[in-house]
Design a protein around this ligand. Structure first.
Ligand SMILES: *Cc1c(COP(=O)(O)O)cnc(C)c1O
Length: 392
């Protein structure tokens, strides 16, 4: 966990006069977000003119808080900066020749606009196209091309009606854009209606505000809503240990105090977190602040994001490192969302090396092998004597 110094933001000339009161206000963070490359150039003191044509296609945005987590502003390989700084690769026709703006057919598998029904028991419920930070690796990068706006109440009502009429739907995933950028009254409207539907058992909010604007969770109005609606879970999106700060820890405490669990979905990103050590540190940091790692995703084949992809087996290698070296509660499921809306599947390291009708050969987390009888799990090997010793 990163411990931020007192008044740490004052070391940035543009925020030197900002009071603690303002800086720690989530609305101030959104209102004062950085929205252009020229603003970034000013703050970082570097020439980014080559990236200027990118913002004409994919918009730019970061909260001051998230930018302040960058340790060395001159180091463009910084893992935080890489997630927010537009790069020419995003619009390079050669690099982005494959992929799709909607690889999972979210807009097609959609009975009502804004709602995707892919699995029988779960629906995806998109409430806004707005985010306070526009992650360069966004799997829904098509929303960067649309206007920034929350849906209208009448659109929410249509989506809610669909869920009410479909008793197979047990869970609603509220996503966006970022749902927690909505004002509390709009959130309340959505949560109130969804909560009243008896067959909806879980309401999952997907948000990155905990990472990019943790002050959101110091808002009493929001905490009151989290407290009131009992079906809620929060799933957030930390990708690097440098994102897990002492302020995040306090924010998570606030969320947990409302009875709402907090899980994390990370994405494997080339040159940002694609190493066993970085992911191990990320998972340790998450456990430290009491966030349960849920998924580690292979980077989706979204147009504009393809340069962040790693070899698909990289994640398996990382999981293999984690198992045996990290508490089991810190190990996420490594998953790939299959293109075409076929669904998410786990990819796991291979622990079964050989299998017959009689036995199964297994590998330990540290590479040792053991052959066991598949019907009763008795150990079969050449060292029968030693086995007998063990039995005594
Ligand atoms: C990811 C996703 C879900 C949720 O999947 P889980 O494995 O339950 O996290 C549901 N619907 C859609 C359309 C999704 O993309």
């Amino acid at each position: 966990m990163i411990k931020l110094e007192k008044n740490y933001w004052k070391k940035f000339p543009i925020w030197k006069d900002v009071s603690r009161w303002d800086w720690e206000d989530w609305k101030w963070q959104i209102k004062n977000r950085i929205r252009s490359i020229s603003q970034l150039e000013e703050i970082l003191g570097i020439d980014l003119s080559s990236a200027k044509k990118v913002e004409k296609v994919f918009r730019t945005g970061t909260t001051p808080y998230y930018l302040s987590l960058v340790k060395d502003l001159s180091d463009l390989s910084n893992p935080i900066l890489k997630q927010i700084l537009p790069s020419c690769e995003e619009i390079d026709p050669q690099i982005q020749s494959e992929g799709s703006f909607d690889p999972f057919k979210e807009e097609i598998m959609s009975p009502v606009k804004g709602l995707t029904h892919r699995y029988p028991d779960r629906v995806l419920f998109r409430v806004t196209t707005f985010c306070s930070v526009y992650c360069r690796h966004c799997m829904r990068k098509r929303i960067f091309l649309e206007e920034e706006r929350a849906k209208k109440y009448e659109d929410y009502i249509k989506m809610i009606n669909y869920i009410r009429e479909n008793p197979a739907v047990k869970e609603v995933l509220i996503s966006g854009g970022d749902p927690l950028t909505l004002p509390n009254r709009k959130l309340e409207f959505i949560l109130e209606h969804l909560s009243k539907i008896e067959h909806v058992e879980i309401i999952r909010i997907g948000t990155r505000e905990l990472v990019v604007n943790p002050y959101r969770f110091f808002d009493d109005g929001l905490l009151e809503l989290l407290n009131r609606y009992d079906k809620l879970w929060i799933v957030t999106h930390f990708n690097h240990p440098d994102e897990v700060t002492d302020i995040v820890k306090k924010a998570v405490r606030n969320i947990l105090s409302t009875g709402t669990p907090v899980l994390n979905q990370a994405v494997l990103l080339k040159d940002i977190n694609d190493s066993p050590n970085t992911i191990e540190n990320l998972m340790r940091s998450l456990l430290h602040v009491k966030i349960k790692p849920y998924y580690l995703f292979y980077c989706d084949p979204t147009k504009g994001v393809l340069h962040f992809r790693t070899d698909i087996k990289k994640g398996v290698e990382i999981l293999e490192h984690l198992r045996g070296n990290l508490s089991g509660i810190g190990i996420p499921t490594y998953a790939v969302d299959l293109p075409g809306g076929l669904g998410k599947i786990p990819l796991t390291p291979e622990y079964v090396l050989e299998e017959t009708d009689e036995y199964i050969l297994l590998k330990s987390p540290y590479g040792k092998t053991v052959k066991i009888n598949r019907h009763n799990s008795d150990i079969i090997n050449n060292h029968t004597k030693k086995q007998e010793d063990l039995c005594l």
